[in-house]
Design a protein around this ligand. Structure first.
Ligand code: ADP
Length: 557
């Protein structure tokens, strides 16, 4: 404002240089206390007046920014610049054009503002700013550090716990230090950890249960995938199929262990069977009979994953069933034969044969012996059945077998005598061989064996009976010089109804049950009975029983 009124007053002069005195006076009056230095510069670049007397009448070109002045004069527009005086003081220069009434630029008003104070102030405030910034920064860093730590420390602890959990260590819960979001996260994590641990324990419990069941189940279990690769085989299956306990299951394929055993078990047949909702099969492989059931198993999404095959070794069961069927057939047959005979003889008698006393008594004799046979058969069957069902009361006592053998031999003496056979006792009659037996039953065994020896030995043959104790066991041996038993039939003579020569046995009054009954009795007494024979030479039957013990020592004298 001051400058513009000054400019207006200066514009009243057509020319400035000739009014230097007036202008100086005017400046001294009007701007004595003015903070900035004001100078009037003529178009000749002379300083015609100034608030700074030392500049009076000096050349503006040397003291001021000549370029700025010339520029202002030429363009008639206000300008400004920064410079430094000869004394080294930083100044701000403003240059305003002075125009007279006719619009010509007669000179310029040059204003210089001393910037050294401003600069100092600026420098001071810059320093202050920097200091404040640095302090603020430091404070931010420190606060930030602690703030970050207060957030990251619990997260780090949580991360560590998560890592331990991922390695299966559920022992340490994550610490909950606050009630904020992180604290809640930690406590949620702990809840999750507990649930996870509980589910894992449950799963592993189930898994253990399942693997124990698989381990100890008597049936074989095999799992295969849909490509026929084996996934699992339990110990029972390995045993049945000849896969070593420590062999890798991946070294085998389904076809190599099971598929080749029977056409029914080929893998494509299995897949077909599974399509119809599982199937079962029974097949024999060598001496073993297998019963197999199989069906597919699925994953969680209900997709077929593979096939589970359950294998049962039913050889024994099958054998037993066969034996039972055979037994019933045998019993019926054995009972039917005497019955048919009795029936036909009675019919013949009723038809008139009765009239002839000789024929009558002959036929009645036959009927009588057939009835005896049936009687024997039924008696033996009853005894077997009682032995089978352990219905008999056993009267087991410690007894000396020597007198028992003598009694049996006396009983059989007559039968042997009729066939002119020698019945020899090879044992020492004074010795004592004590065993735990039911006397009546053991006597029955000896009688059975002796009567067999007599039956199957021709006239004039000989039968030796020996008995001795050997390494804690008693042996009774009955050796005959009879017809013997063909080697291939020897293992079968202890089977029910098995007879080498049916006709001969029947003629001798045999039932085919004597040896099976004897074997059952001996086994019940914890002993064994064995037969050795040479066809045409003779047969040797050996009974072995454990000796009676007294104070842990075999009781013999
Ligand atoms: P059985 O009533 O027919 O004698 P067993 O069970 O006592 O029946 O004997 C079975 C078969 O064993 C007999 O039929 C006979 O063929 C044979 N056997 C038993 N003992 C002898 C023996 N000492 N010598 C020859 N064969 C025998």
């Amino acid at each position: 404002v001051a400058e513009s009124s000054l400019l207006e007053s200066l514009g009243n002069y057509d020319e400035l240089s000739s009014h230097g005195e007036d202008i100086r006076f005017y400046l001294r009056d009007g701007f004595a206390g003015y903070s900035q230095e004001l100078s009037v510069v003529t178009d000749q670049l002379d300083i015609c007046a100034s608030t700074n007397p030392s500049l009076q009448d000096r050349s503006a070109a040397q003291l001021f920014d000549a370029g700025l002045i010339v520029d202002t004069m030429m363009t008639g527009r206000r300008g400004e610049s920064d410079s430094v005086t000869a004394d080294g003081i930083p100044v701000k220069n403003f240059c305003y054009p002075i125009e007279n009434a006719s619009g010509e630029t007669t000179g310029v008003l040059y204003v210089r503002a001393d910037l050294s104070d401003v600069k100092a102030l600026l420098a001071q405030s810059r320093l202050l700013f920097i200091q404040t910034t640095v302090i603020a920064l430091l404070a931010t860093v420190v606060i930030g550090f602690f703030l970050a730590r207060s957030i990251t420390a619990p997260i780090n602890e949580l991360t560590l716990t998560a890592k331990q959990v991922s390695q299966g260590d559920f022992s340490k819960p994550a610490p909950v230090r606050s009630n904020d979001e992180i604290g809640q996260l930690a406590s949620m994590f702990n809840t999750m950890e507990e649930k996870l641990e509980a589910s894992l324990a449950e799963i592993s419990g189930e898994k253990n249960k399942l693997s124990t069941i698989l381990q100890y189940m008597a049936d074989g279990l095999i799992a295969v995938d849909l490509a026929g690769e084996l996934i699992h085989a339990n110990p029972a299956a390995r045993k049945m199929l000849g896969v070593g306990e420590s062999d890798l299951i991946s070294d085998y394929t389904y076809e190599s262990i099971l598929g080749h055993l029977s056409p029914e078990m080929e893998f494509h047949r299995l897949l077909e069977g599974c399509r119809e909702g599982g199937a079962s099969a029974t097949f024999a492989y060598g001496a073993i009979t297998f019963a197999v059931r199989y069906d597919r198993f699925k994953d969680e999404e209900g997709q077929d994953v593979g096939i589970i095959i359950i294998l049962q070794d039913i050889t024994e069961r099958q054998k037993l069933e066969d034996m039972q069927t055979d037994f019933v057939a045998n019993v019926s047959h054995e009972l039917k034969t005497p019955l048919t005979n009795i029936k036909s003889y009675t019919e013949t008698l009723l038809d008139g044969a009765m009239e002839d006393p000789e024929t009558c008594s002959k036929f009645l004799g036959i009927i009588d012996s057939e009835a005896d046979r049936m009687n024997r058969l039924v008696r033996d069957l009853l005894q077997l059945s009682r032995l089978d069902h352990s219905q008999n009361r056993w009267n087991i006592k410690e007894s000396n077998v020597i007198p028992l053998l003598e009694v049996c031999m006396t009983k059989m003496d007559m039968m042997a005598g009729q066939k002119h056979q020698q019945l020899n006792a090879l044992f020492d009659r004074r010795s004592e061989i004590r065993v735990q037996i039911d006397r009546d039953r053991f006597e029955q065994v000896i009688i059975n064996i002796l009567s067999n020896a007599i039956k199957y030995t021709n006239e004039g043959g000989r039968i030796d009976v020996d008995a001795y104790a050997q390494s804690g066991q008693m042996k009774v041996i009955v050796q005959d010089t009879g017809i013997g038993i063909p080697a291939e039939q020897l293992p079968r003579i202890f089977e029910r109804f098995y007879r080498v020569d049916k006709a001969r046995s029947r003629a001798m009054g045999g039932t085919g049950l004597g040896l099976p009954i004897s074997k059952q009795i001996v086994e019940e007494l914890h002993g064994t009975i064995e037969a050795d024979s040479v066809e045409g030479k003779g047969t040797k039957i050996t009974i072995t029983l454990p000796l009676a013990m007294r104070r842990g020592v075999p009781n013999i004298e």
